[in-house]
Design a binder for this molecule. Structure first.
Ligand code: ADP
Ligand code: MG
Length: 288
């Protein structure tokens, strides 16, 4: 179920004195089973872009195709598209409202008109997918949970629709490191075990380096760099020029290289950096 974005331009408040061109000629292809990271400073257009991918916002110019369905076409069946493209907004826990976790997660599948037994199956499965024990959780109020757990309940509500593509807008924002790692690990597992296409919006290079297979970097409504994390982080200069860093481990490799040590130009994880540095001392390179 590929997504194709062609020459997408979007202007807020078009024709008013407050016009803002939020997206400027975006071209993008998201293939099946990709784990795409979208990164960029606040205001670069990330949220506006992803809201086009399930038809929440209509293009000012250009087209968005989901599995061949043109969302800019007035007759497009957006109901079908929204079932297959699940969108998790920023701070999704603000949208929890039912008195039990069960009812919150069941909301979507119930609206699909599924029988109770099927709804129950989906609720349990979705909660397990986000690492929550359905049996002990379903009757509790979502408002008794920690911030990270509330967010996972909200994500479960989207997963209960069984989308093929899961898009998340800064799902780790405001969480402590543990809450953040739990969500990232679950996304990796959804991608691997459920073969789900995942699109993750983030402003943290560190987290996106860990999980994404491909990255796009946005700046001022445009995609300015794209490629594998390794390719993207090689151009550290460019990233710094738009106020983004590279992950600390990548920076470490670059600092070592500048001092004449023979290490790879980019490391994506601490483990990889460690390997490179251990390799150095084995070779005795650098001469210090
Ligand atoms: P990001 O998610 O990368 O922070 P956004 O897509 O939210 O970026 O915003 C892109 C641009 O569009 C920014 O200049 C922002 O101020 C503007 N913008 C976003 N939402 C609205 C809105 N509802 N009305 C007017 N301008 C908006
Ligand atoms: Mg945003």
């Amino acid at each position: 179920m590929p997504i194709v974005v062609e020459h997408l331009t979007y202007t807020y408040g078009q024709g008013t004195p407050f016009e803002v061109r939020a997206l400027d000629d975006i071209n993008l292809h998201i293939g099946d089973k990709e784990f795409l990271g979208i990164i960029g400073q606040t205001g670069s257009g990330k949220s506006t872009l992803i809201q086009h991918l399930n038809g929440l916002i209509k293009a000012t110019e250009g087209r968005v195709l989901v599995n061949g369905i043109d969302l800019t076409d007035k007759s497009a069946n957006l109901r079908i598209v929204r079932q297959s493209v699940g969108l998790v907004f920023q701070y999704p826990e603000h949208q929890l409202f039912e008195e039990t976790i069960y009812k919150d997660v069941a909301f979507g599948p119930k609206n699909l008109g599924l029988p109770d037994e099927k709804v129950k199956e989906r609720v349990h499965e979705a909660l397990e997918l986000v690492g929550l024990d359905a049996n002990t959780m379903v009757d509790r109020s979502p408002f008794e949970l920690s911030g990270g757990q509330m967010r996972r309940v909200a994500i479960a509500g989207v997963l209960a629709m069984q989308p093929q593509i899961l898009i998340l807008d800064e799902p780790t924002a405001g969480l402590d490191p543990r809450g953040r790692d739990e969500i990232l690990d679950q996304l990796v597992s959804l991608h691997e075990r459920k073969s789900m296409t995942v699109v993750l919006v983030s402003h943290s290079m560190e987290e996106i380096a860990r999980v994404a297979t491909r990255l796009i970097v946005m700046h001022d409504g445009k995609i300015i760099v794209q490629g594998s994390p390794r390719e993207v982080f090689t151009d550290a200069q460019r990233l710094r020029s738009i106020g983004l860093g590279v992950p600390q481990v990548a920076e470490l490799m670059q600092a070592l290289q500048q001092r004449g040590y023979q290490v790879p130009p980019v490391a994506l994880t601490v483990g990889e950096a460690r390997q490179a540095i251990l390799g150095l001392s084995a070779k005795g390179a650098g001469g210090r």
